[in-house]
Design a protein around this ligand. Structure first.
Ligand SMILES: Nc1ncnc2c1ncn2[C@@H]1O[C@H](COP(=O)(O)OP(=O)(O)OP(=O)(O)O)[C@@H](O)[C@H]1O
Ligand SMILES: [Mg+2]
Length: 256
């Protein structure tokens, strides 16, 4: 469980997160949506302990994030950042195996190798195992970073736009896998721009606007009004029963 209480964060003077309060229950699959610059990545980095809020607290499983050692944190939370540093020339297998690091004392056990191989298979990148990561396409690199996070077998997965570089099939594969993990009790917080994918897969949608939570709840928070206010566009909602689709109509008349 993640408990975020009255978080204020600023990089310099202007606060980027302003009094953010929310609770993410165990096994929730939360999609974090909002315009560019609204604070999604910043919030994820605060949950992960990479950034320290100026005020407020974030607790994971009842303990403030600041109280966890880096290794204890890595055993609970895995994080896939929005932009990756330039990949080093290690193989895909070794990169994913690095996800096991918090559990390895001096050399990987057979179980670590098995977990790595299993994740490569589940993400359909087994055939890339011996390829060097700097020789992969952008989408393949992103899948490898997701695989590395999954190899950590975390209780909480933080993913910052993990599907941004993926084709539609790979987006579905990753989101299906995340949904299965959340159904097994893993808590997922994912920043995602594709609101239709968010509605389809997440159990809850958190809308962030100007560093504040604008709306948070199940797909009923996805209303034309909320979408228009959040993004400053005109939109229609098509309800097909099983799925709900946002179709942008365009910019407001005074912007066109
Ligand atoms: N390292 C930094 N130093 C100073 N300001 C920053 C830094 N990182 C982000 N910001 C600012 O903080 C605000 C929130 O940025 P953040 O990256 O959290 O937004 P975001 O919602 O993830 O956006 P995007 O959808 O573009 O990824 C922006 O105004 C941004 O310019
Ligand atoms: Mg971001």
């Amino acid at each position: 469980m993640i408990d975020i209480r009255n978080i204020v964060f600023s990089y310099n003077v202007q606060p980027v997160l302003q009094d953010v309060c929310c609770r993410i229950d165990t096994g929730d699959f939360v999609a974090l949506a909002g315009p560019n610059g609204s604070g999604k990545s910043t919030l994820i980095k605060c949950v992960n302990g990479i950034l320290k809020p100026q005020s407020g607290t974030i607790s994971v499983d009842g303990q403030p994030v600041a109280h966890y050692s880096p290794n204890a944190m890595a055993r609970i939370i895995a994080y896939v950042p929005q932009s990756q540093r330039r990949q080093q020339a290690t193989t895909v297998f070794d990169t994913v195996l690095m996800g096991r690091k918090p559990f390895i004392s001096w050399k990987p056990a057979t179980s670590d190798l098995d977990i790595t191989a299993d994740i490569l298979r589940r993400l359909n990148i087994g055939h890339l195992s011996m390829k060097r990561t700097n020789e992969l396409s952008g989408g393949q690199q992103q899948t490898v970073m997701i695989a590395r996070a999954l190899a950590q077998e975390p209780k909480i997965l933080l993913l910052d736009e993990p599907t941004a570089n993926l084709d539609i099939r790979h987006q579905l594969e990753v989101l299906e896998l995340l949904k299965t993990l959340s159904q097994k009790g893993i808590t997922i917080l994912i920043a995602i721009h594709d609101i239709n994918m968010a509605i389809r897969y997440a159990s809850r949608i958190m809308m962030l606007k100007d560093g504040r939570i604008f709306a948070y709840g199940d797909k009923s928070v996805v209303t034309t009004e909320n979408i228009e206010n959040l993004y400053g566009i005109r939109a229609d909602i098509i309800d097909q029963g099983e799925y709900l689709y946002i179709v942008p109509r365009g910019l407001p008349a005074n912007k066109t």
